[in-house]
Design a protein around this ligand. Structure first.
Ligand SMILES: [Zn+2]
Length: 255
């Protein structure tokens, strides 16, 4: 691992424009459960009922019930919300130092922004935001839910339309953000995918896209992925410890 981290730190130092793709593994150390693993959220709830656009349209009440409880469950016993971890902070520090062009994330938790990252392309949206299904007005999830009686489906303060979370649900296509993400990947000379099993299309196509456009490709993960063959360098381990060790090698303060 130490050699791999040396190699990754040199690659970052030598890079003119690094682009990072993050997945659920980056947020688990902040207490956000992952969705797809054997013990993930979808092992306990039916994604077609509470994670798909059809399930939302069929029964928005059931949908909101589930997600309200889910969010309450994320809070620590003292009521505090999930906070960014060492890897979120490292990526924000790399951006401040002019190394990182963009973070592309499959996560919908907003923790990259909370850590101070500015160029964040949220391929699957953000669950801290809501969007009106009629007029498109966006608001904050917590503000909207605070105004909504328990068990009710929130409606838009502007037009009365049904309000939905501003995330990409199963059965929906990725929006224009993903096109921006592809453009970022094409411009990168170093592409790092971390904390993602790269099983979900079309995000899974980004490592090979990066390669086609001449970038070095690095995968940073606890476990092997199906796309590892595209990697020039594989770094395996716990992401929190990897972040701390990289920060030391790159002489970055991440708190
Ligand atoms: Zn509206």
């Amino acid at each position: 691992l130490s050699d791999a981290l040396d190699a990754l730190a040199s690659a970052i130092s030598a890079s003119r424009r690094t682009v990072v793709l993050t997945g659920a593994g980056v947020s688990t150390e902040s207490g956000i459960p992952d969705f797809r693993s054997d013990s993930g959220v979808w092992s306990r709830a039916d994604p077609m009922e509470v994670g798909s656009i059809d399930g939302f349209r069929e029964n928005p009440g059931r949908f909101y019930d589930f997600w309200s409880q889910f969010f309450e469950g994320l809070h620590a016993p003292d009521g505090s919300r999930p906070r960014p971890n060492a890897m979120h902070r490292l990526l924000a520090a790399l951006e401040r130092n002019g190394k990182l062009g963009a973070v592309i994330t499959q996560n919908v938790d907003g923790l990259h922004q909370d850590a101070g990252s500015e160029r964040v392309l949220e391929a699957h949206g953000n669950w801290q935001r809501t969007r009106c299904t009629r007029c498109g007005n966006t608001s904050g999830w917590r503000e909207v839910m605070a105004e909504t009686p328990r068990g009710a489906v929130p409606s838009c303060e502007l037009c009365g339309g049904t309000v939905r979370p501003d995330v990409v649900l199963f059965g929906e296509l990725l929006g224009s953000t993903f096109e921006e993400a592809r453009d970022e990947v094409k411009r990168a000379d170093l592409f790092i995918a971390m904390g993602t099993s790269l099983e979900v299309a079309p995000v899974s196509s980004l490592p090979s896209l990066a390669k086609e456009h001449g970038a070095r490709v690095v995968m940073v993960n606890r476990d092997p992925t199906l796309q590892d063959r595209h990697a020039d360098l594989l770094v395996r381990g716990e992401l929190g410890s990897i972040a701390a060790q990289l920060a030391r090698r790159l002489e970055l303060q991440i708190g």
